[in-house]
Design a protein around this ligand. Sequence first.
Ligand code: ZN
Ligand code: ZN
Length: 229
Amino acid sequence: MDRRYQQRNQYHRQDEKERCLFYYKVGVCRHGNKCSKSHTSPNRSHTIVLLNLVDFPRNADVTTSNTATTTTDESDKSTQETKPNKPTTKNKSTPPIDDKEYDSIYEDLYIELAKYGRIMEMYICDNGNDHLRGNVYVRYSSEQNARDANNELNTRWFNGKPIYCDLTHIHDFGEAICRKPEEKSGCERGDHCNFMHIRKPSPQLQTDLENAQRKKFQLNSNPYISKRA
Ligand SMILES: [Zn+2]
Ligand SMILES: [Zn+2]
């Protein structure tokens, strides 16, 4: 076998070994910058992630610590599995976001994010854990759209907070989204699950937004309809 080929394979294997699987699968990892594996964001991608953008309150009264072996969960979403987690830094008793309010947040975000290009998929995570909670993922129809969005959004604010945005490797969300039932009580890993728990808007809103976007792109591509200045 060609020696260069062997070398390249060796480097590739090394690289695979060093890569943080969760980071490559869901775009974030619970260890953040302190992870011992490599987190390298892609130079180009169709997908962006906006970190912790939506202010979902923490699942009520979940107490965690770095060395915890037991988890106290006074809510009805009891978790069986106990794994090390980041310590709780704040626990304000924020009321949960009801469906109406959530639809309004989702709509605002969708309209804003659609300004950078055609949205193929958009997902918002309501996981209980810090690294996934409130993350918004958007896959655009082109890498240029995602690049524009990433560059621009990192200079913007949302709901009084600066936006932290990055390109992410995710292209197929089937690998990133938790396969357990969508209900919060459906995933036995609860707050410790490292896959995306998606909160969907009402079906009507989703349909309306997609139809509006389709119409906009049809209008834009129709040479007989002049664009507004
Ligand atoms: Zn990691
Ligand atoms: Zn899960």
